[in-house]
Design a protein around this ligand. Structure first.
Ligand SMILES: Nc1nc2c(ncn2[C@@H]2O[C@H](COP(=O)(O)OP(=O)(O)O)[C@@H](O)[C@H]2O)c(=O)[nH]1
Ligand SMILES: [Mg+2]
Ligand SMILES: [Zn+2]
Length: 307
């Protein structure tokens, strides 16, 4: 057995259980435990047959791909997806979703965090929010902004690549798991992964200012952690398919709404315009954070009405 950790041209990089690295190809007979989705994706567990290469490099053929326990699926361009194209998988078998944001440059926005949390709730993925560049939070404002997430019971890890604070705690939280890092360009994902794994990923000084195009060709890459487990560098959430999130189910992904929902006047309450809405009422009384309620409204408005 081996783990697909990246792609190289048409080949897949597979790290075998014994630690050897193989360049592998699939073939028409490659067995799949995941019908209707990409045949091979980063994170997949695969069975590999060694093929003699005549050189030092190990080569193999992927005989079988194991069923995935989870998958990050790429958003599809509707103009190019008229037929029944397969689900394009960015990364698979993720055990922890790690939205990475930064205290400044780019500035922290809770709107983006809420998007990630909704996504994680909809996929039932455990989530760890990482706030990098914390050495820039001299007046504690960023920590105050993050208070709402502590109150909701989400895990938050404050780190700084520059002064190394919080890095040991983060390493501990990632140990033994397959984690997917995702976030805007420039927040420090590559810098963090380098620090955690000893890799030498390219970091960039100004990428967040020229956000457009930065992620367009990026594939996920997976990096082993010294204490066991892997970190996968994935594109930002704008690349993820949110097709499973609808106006109907969005309300269930704001966990603090749940206790108020039974009190709404209508059982089908959307918590937007209805009279006697207990959720909106709770937001007005500040029992629900105003920013969280605002995020709900913005996401609700952005979602297509269900047919
Ligand atoms: N001030 C500060 N800058 C950081 C920190 N970590 C990374 N950076 C800088 O942020 C920029 C973007 O980092 P990079 O790792 O390429 O971000 P990525 O686009 O998310 O992969 C680079 O200039 C880094 O040097 C940090 O903890 N504090
Ligand atoms: Mg990067
Ligand atoms: Zn309501």
């Amino acid at each position: 057995m081996g783990r697909v950790t990246g792609t190289s041209g048409a080949a897949y990089i597979v790290i075998a259980d014994d630690g050897r690295t193989f360049r592998c190809r699939s073939f028409p007979g490659t067995g799949s435990g995941n019908p209707d989705a990409s045949l091979v994706a980063v994170g997949d567990l695969v069975e590999v047959q060694d093929t003699p290469s005549g050189t030092e490099a190990h080569q193999g053929i992927i005989i079988r791909v194991e069923p995935r326990t989870s998958a990050l699926v790429r958003k599809r361009d509707p103009r190019r997806n008229r037929s029944r194209e397969k689900q394009q998988v960015i990364a698979s078998n993720i055990e922890l979703l790690v939205p990475v944001v930064s205290a400044y440059e780019p500035p922290l926005t809770t709107r983006l965090i809420d998007r990630y949390l909704v996504f994680a709730e909809s996929e039932q993925l455990p989530v760890l929010i990482v706030v990098n560049k914390m050495e820039l939070d001299r007046d504690g404002q960023v920590r105050r902004m993050m208070g709402v997430y502590h109150d909701l019971g989400y895990s938050v890890c404050y780190v700084s690549v520059y002064d190394k604070s919080g890095i040991a705690e983060l390493a501990e939280a990632l140990k033994g798991k397959i984690s997917a890092f995702s976030g805007h360009s420039g927040v420090g994902k590559s810098s963090l992964i380098n620090l955690l794994t000893g890799c030498d990923l390219k970091t960039s000084r100004t990428s967040y200012k020229t956000r457009k195009g930065v992620h367009t060709t990026s594939n996920a890459t997976m990096h082993p952690l010294p204490g066991g487990g892997y970190v996968i560098d994935t594109p930002g959430i704008r690349e993820f398919s949110l097709a499973d999130i609808t106006r109907e189910n969005l309300r269930f992904y704001f966990r603090e709404f749940l206790q108020f929902m039974p009190e709404c006047g209508f059982s089908s309450c959307t918590h937007t315009v209805e009279p006697q809405c207990a959720v909106r009422n709770a937001a007005e009384k500040e029992l629900i954070d105003a920013g969280r309620y605002e995020s709900y409204r913005i996401l609700f408005d952005a979602l297509e009405e269900v047919e």
